[in-house]
Every structure is written in structure tokens, then in C-alpha cells.
Design a protein around this ligand. Structure first.
Ligand code: ZN
Length: 350
């Protein structure tokens, strides 16, 4: 039995070998012929679903490939192209491949987003600012803005700034400045002013809408204003009187000035060692001459000085600035007696 059996198995194996040995080549050739015929049939579903020409574009190269893969993801895997989370493909990974399709893979590049007091850096292949912000999980409030704007492309410097904009109402107590009113006063000499009433500032409560950008005030707009206390205007009298009576004489004048008047004489004590007894204008220094600041009282002006009398503005002095004059006396004694006095000077018509 054992012999018979082994002999039978050997016969079967030999039969199989002979079939394959003799028919292998014709079988394969036949199969290829059928495949070739099928491939020539227009609209062959078999061919279309198994062989597609696809262009794959990477940042550094372009590949034209023929593939039997079904989806974009499968093709990229076949080509050994790894798509990271920061990278982008122009089709979903499960998109079915079609003949003539161009699959683009863009690689993530560093992008910086400044928002809410900190700067985040990450890789992104996003094309627009809005996409980057979405990737960063940053949403813009109704008044917030980004620089560049959301619809703008990611800038060359890869830096995006988000500005938080808030508005807040503020009530501020403010001074209301007073105005000044002028009134003519015939009792006061022309050229003189007198304050009849002091001004007083008022008070207002002002409501503002204040705009903040990242917590810093950038502008404010007045919404309403309520007067708490009205201001009081300053009242100033302007003299119009052009005549005064002095020791029985009526003096007609153009304007009056209040000055600080100091007595002097031509002596060395009053005028220095080099004093020659002559004034700046060449008039001898004696009673009836005053020294002035020519910007206040022009040289050559005829004047009447209260307590001194008529005089001519003929001298100047380095210490005589503004509303100051020196009144000249013939003797040092008289000058000392005068001392320093606040007086009115009347500028007389020429
Ligand atoms: Zn003197």
C-alpha cells in the first residue's frame, strides 16, 4: 500500500509539472493579449481606475507621475512625501485622484502672531492672515483688528499683530475757563487798566467715550457736557480820561503809565566815575530830565511825572527796563530825598 500510494503522489506531481512547464508561457502571453485588447477599448473603466497621470508640486520640485493609487493621501504616501501638520495640500487627503490632476504641497514656515501681550511663533503654510489667526486660535472681536488685515496675504516679514479695541465711558470734571470783558472808564487815565472784578473758572462734568487699543487710550470723543458751576468773567476797566488837574494846572495827555521812579543826579555816586554830566541824548543831566526804557517811553517824549513835574525823556540806563524811570535832580541830596516811588507818568502830546 505504501508503495502504491507514494507512486500515485509522484504521478500527480509529475502531471502538474508538465502542465505548468508546457503551458506557462502561452498562458501569460494570452493574459497579456486580453489585457492589451481591453486597454484598447475606449472608455475602459478598468484602465481609468488604475492608471492616472498626476502632477505633484512641492516647494522644491515638480513631479509628473503615473499612479494606480486611489486617493491623494495614498499617492503622497507612495511617493514618500510626508505632510506635516503645518503643511498644506490643495486637496483633502481622501480626495480621489483624477487624470491630469495637480497636487500641490506647501510647507509650513515660521509665522509670528502678536496678540494679548504675547508673541506666538509657529509653523504655518496658510496664505492669508485670517487662516493664520484661525490656526493660532485667535478670534477678532467686533472692534479688534489685525495688521495686516484678515483678508491680506501673510506678510513677507511673517509678523502679524492683533490689536484689541475696547471702548469705555468716562466722566471727567473739567474747568471752564473764564472770559475777560472790557469796559471803558472815563474816571481812569487813558493807557491804564484796572481789574474791576476777578474772573472765576466754572466747572463742568464731561462724559467721554474713550477708545483703547491694547489697553492704551488712543482717542476720546465728547458725548455730553453738563455745567456744574458757571464761570464768572473777568471785568477790566480801560481808562479813557485824557486830562488831569495838578496844582491848579490842567494837564492834557495821550496816555498814562504807572512806573517805579528812582531819583538820581549827575554825581559820581549816581552816574559813575566816568560821568560827564551829559545824558545819552546829549542834553545836560539836570532837573527836568528822566531816563527811560525807550521801548516803553520813546526818547524825546515830553512827560509829566506826578510829584516831580514836567520833563523830557532824554536818558537811558542799563537798569532801566520796562515800567521803570530815573528822575534827575540837580543835587544828590534831592535825589536821595526822592528815593524810589511808584508814580504815574503822563505822556504829553508832541
Ligand atoms: Zn547823585
Amino acid at each position: 500500500m505504501t508503495f502504491l500510494n507514494s507512486n500515485f503522489v509522484g504521478e500527480v506531481q509529475a502531471l502538474r509539472r508538465s502542465i505548468f512547464d508546457k503551458r506557462r508561457i502561452p498562458l501569460i502571453a494570452g493574459f497579456l493579449c486580453i489585457a492589451a485588447v481591453i486597454s484598447l477599448v475606449p472608455g475602459s473603466a478598468w484602465l481609468k481606475s488604475n492608471s492616472r497621470r498626476v502632477r505633484v508640486v512641492l516647494p522644491d520640485r515638480v513631479m509628473d507621475v503615473t499612479t494606480a493609487k486611489e486617493t491623494v493621501g495614498q499617492l503622497l504616501t507612495e511617493l514618500g512625501i510626508i505632510v506635516g501638520t503645518a503643511d498644506a495640500v490643495n486637496f483633502p487627503m481622501d480626495e480621489r485622484l483624477k487624470d491630469g490632476m495637480t497636487v500641490s504641497v506647501s510647507r509650513g514656515r515660521p509665522v509670528f502672531v502678536r496678540a494679548d501681550g504675547r508673541t506666538r511663533a509657529f509653523l504655518s503654510s496658510a496664505a492669508t492672515v485670517a487662516e493664520v489667526l484661525a490656526q493660532a486660535g485667535i478670534s477678532l472681536g467686533p472692534d479688534d483688528y489685525s495688521d495686516p488685515g484678515p483678508d491680506e496675504p501673510v506678510p513677507d516679514d511673517r509678523y502679524i499683530r492683533v490689536v484689541r479695541v475696547t471702548f469705555r465711558e468716562e466722566v471727567v470734571t473739567e474747568n471752564i475757563p473764564f472770559t475777560t470783558e472790557y469796559v471803558k472808564d472815563p474816571q481812569l487815565e487813558a493807557g491804564l487798566k484796572a481789574v474791576r472784578r476777578n474772573g472765576q473758572s466754572g466747572v463742568a462734568n464731561v462724559r467721554y467715550m474713550v477708545k483703547y487699543e491694547d489697553g492704551i487710550e488712543v482717542s476720546r470723543k465728547e458725548i455730553s457736557r453738563a455745567t456744574v458751576k458757571k464761570p464768572v468773567s473777568k471785568l477790566v476797566a480801560l481808562g479813557t480820561k485824557t486830562e488831569v488837574s495838578r496844582e491848579g494846572t490842567v494837564i492834557r495827555f495821550v496816555r498814562a503809565i504807572e512806573v517805579l521812579a528812582t531819583g538820581y543826579c549827575p554825581c559820581e555816586i549816581c552816574c559813575g566815575k566816568n560821568a560827564d554830566g551829559y545824558t545819552y541824548t546829549g542834553v545836560p543831566a539836570k532837573r527836568g530830565v528822566i531816563a527811560v526804557d525807550p521801548r516803553v517811553i520813546p526818547l524825546g517824549s515830553r512827560v509829566y511825572v506826578d510829584g516831580y513835574g514836567f520833563a523830557v525823556a532824554a536818558d537811558v540806563g542799563s537798569a532801566i527796563k520796562g515800567n521803570r524811570i530815573d528822575v534827575c535832580f540837580d543835587t544828590h541830596q534831592e535825589a536821595l530825598r526822592w528815593g524810589v516811588k511808584k508814580v504815574k507818568v503822563y505822556i504829553l502830546p508832541n
